[in-house]
Design a binder for this molecule. Structure first.
Ligand SMILES: Cc1cc2nc3c(=O)[nH]c(=O)nc-3n(C[C@H](O)[C@H](O)[C@H](O)COP(=O)(O)OP(=O)(O)OC[C@H]3O[C@@H](n4cnc5c(N)ncnc54)[C@H](O)[C@@H]3O)c2cc1C
Length: 444
């Protein structure tokens, strides 16, 4: 196979880029995923398509919030039902932020979004709060809530979006394969010879451009391919509890979501999702590697404690349907000690995650790290996508797509802003299974 572009990784960034390049009518575009599409972080998110209200506290992040809100509008329009509006109640417990500050933040959040047409934020009475969030502890509402607000964001079926993006791309002649690993990449002239391995055997392809969209595996791949990374990463785990609908004596679809500020200052979401209730997330160091790791032992208990303090759930433990975790990748832009005197990449071939290109912990609070993605081209035509948010994947992929199209002398612009590029009606008819989330497939 002689390819123009080979994409490594079938998470949202690989899938989104395949879709982007296919809408430009580029030929010879192929994606390779070592497991199944969306089997990595992209099916283990908090399922929010959001600007990130709390990032407004850092003016340096306003640009990212604005971009995320613009993308929220595009996804709401293009993927109706798969991305949908979600009301959020914000109880402002006494001793928390002053109401004028919360109100100002919400007004700014509304002002930064000019496309999605969601209702504006407003104040709520205690009675409205209790009705929209019947799962909150009544005594907390009565005694501790100073003021309360309602605002809108959106939620998604994350893994469904990944599969749809790939399938839409295949309607435009792109190709992909699962259960296949990109083992090695060898430079040949201005392109690459790529070695693939699967249970069916080994295969060699050539590609003019490679995009390493491998999430937590990005630097491990580079090191295995003999390339020294320039962007060290911190890998960190976020956990969620999914409760059955019976945990709350109200229908999830009749309720709003909420943000809980736990005693330790951490913000945790409680969200109605697909007829169930989702609670998360945490931030714990990854022990092991993305191939061999376990959900952090304390996270389940931590989330149950958050629930016990803030929520009025019936037999919470008994109604746990699933405990799932995902790995966040934080690219650390600043030059760190890892940049100086780097050892040859071959040294870390056996265990790239023990290399200085992965940081185990940081001194500072991880929640204050930027969620912005970093795109790096350490070798010409070998592009790596680090970190980022699901919400902003389309814009990120459009940027990478522009760079590749320029290289391959393709003048056609990305079509992913257009609803037709998703072939939704056609896919609903021919492949209805694509529209079921992993959670339904596992439990239904
Ligand atoms: C707990 C948590 C909650 C989050 N919640 C949200 C949220 O609510 N909203 C939001 O906008 N963002 C959220 N995010 C961020 C978002 O999930 C990520 O930005 C996004 O999913 C990353 O996608 P990716 O494609 O880069 O990585 P992944 O989804 O991990 O995909 C990478 C893929 O590459 C494959 N791969 C790696 N190496 C190879 C190889 N050599 N050969 C073949 N395949 C390979 C892997 O198997 C994997 O499937 C959350 C993240 C976490 C961890």
């Amino acid at each position: 196979m002689d390819l123009n572009v080979l994409i490594v990784g079938g998470g949202i960034h690989g899938a989104g880029l395949l879709h982007d390049l296919a809408t430009r009518n580029l030929r010879g575009i192929h994606l390779v995923e070592q497991n199944q599409l969306a089997s990595g972080t992209s099916s283990r998110t908090t399922k929010l398509v959001h600007g990130g209200l709390r990032y407004l506290e850092h003016p340096s992040q306003w640009g990212l919030v604005r971009e995320a809100l613009r993308e929220r509008g595009i996804l709401l329009r293009n993927l109706p039902g798969i991305v949908r509006p979600m009301p959020f109640v914000l109880p402002n417990f006494r001793g928390g932020r002053p109401p004028w500050l919360v109100q100002t933040g919400l007004t700014l959040y509304d002002l930064l979004d000019r496309v999605s047409g969601l209702p504006s934020a407003r104040r709520l009475t205690h009675a409205e709060l209790a009705q929209m969030a019947p799962y909150l502890r009544p005594e907390r509402i009565a005694q501790e809530t100073g003021s309360a607000f309602l605002f809108y964001d959106a939620q998604m079926q994350d893994d469904v979006i990944v599969r749809l993006a790939v399938r839409a791309a295949t309607r435009l002649d792109a190709t992909y394969q699962e259960e296949t690993r990109v083992e090695d990449v060898i430079r040949e002239g201005t392109g690459f010879c790529v070695k693939l391995a699967s249970s069916r055997g080994r295969q060699e392809v050539t590609a003019r451009v490679i995009v390493n969209a491998a999430g937590a595996w990005c630097n491990a791949n580079l090191l295995r391919w003999g390339v020294t990374p320039r962007v060290p990463c911190l890998l960190d785990v976020g956990s969620h509890l999914l409760f059955r609908s019976q945990a709350v004596p109200a229908r999830p679809e009749d309720c709003a979501a909420t943000l809980l500020q736990h005693e330790d200052g951490r913000v945790v979401f409680f969200i109605p999702w697909e007829g169930r209730w989702l609670l998360g997330t945490t931030e714990s160091a990854l022990t092991g590697t993305p191939d061999h790791w376990e959900c952090p032992a304390g996270d389940r208990d931590y989330l149950l404690k958050v629930a016990a303090v803030n929520l009025d759930l019936a037999e919470a433990e008994r109604h746990i349907e699933e405990f799932f975790c995902g790995i966040r990748t934080f690219p650390l832009r600043a030059s760190t000690p890892a940049q100086a005197g780097q050892p040859a990449p071959g040294i870390w071939r056996e265990n790239p995650f023990a290399s200085p290109f992965y940081k185990r912990r940081l001194e500072k609070d991880v929640s204050s790290l930027s969620r912005e993605a970093v795109v790096d081209e350490v070798v010409p035509n070998l592009i790596t996508i680090y970190g980022g948010k699901f919400t902003t994947y389309r814009a990120l992929c459009e940027g990478v797509g522009d760079r590749i199209a320029d290289r391959l002398k393709c003048a056609r612009r990305s079509g992913t802003r257009e609803q037709e590029s998703w072939f939704l009606d056609e896919l609903r008819e021919t492949e209805p299974g694509l529209f079921h989330s992993y959670s339904d497939l596992r439990h239904g």
